[in-house]
Ligand binder design. Structure first.
Ligand SMILES: [Zn+2]
Length: 104
């Protein structure tokens, strides 16, 4: 089974999903922002930080779709398993590179 990485139509679903997630995250961030400060609400602060990190990953993934590099590992350049992208459309690295990063 081969999946062409340059076929942008193949990632139309991923793009829609990423845009939906981006909207969702930004809405949560907007809601949290009044109290997302360590001195006011440390939990909200932590939550906002993780949402901000996710927004960055999602934005980067959308940029990769636009550039035609989506679906390739940003570390080793290998194809990311389609099943992984289905579960995590914003994944920037293949499972192997990610596991190295997590272990580090
Ligand atoms: Zn990799």
């Amino acid at each position: 089974m081969t999946i062409p990485t340059t076929d942008s139509a193949a990632f139309a679903g991923a793009q829609r999903e990423l845009e939906r997630q981006l909207d969702e995250r930004l809405a949560v961030l907007e809601e949290l922002s009044p109290f997302a400060l360590p001195s006011i609400d440390p939990v909200a602060f932590q939550t906002a930080a993780s949402h901000r990190a996710a927004v960055e990953q999602i934005t980067a993934a959308l940029n990769r779709i636009a550039e035609g590099t989506y679906g390739r590992c940003t570390r080793c350049g290998e194809q990311i398993a389609p099943a992984r992208l289905e579960v995590l459309p914003s994944a920037a690295a293949c499972i192997e590179c990610q596991s190295h990063a997590d272990a580090a």
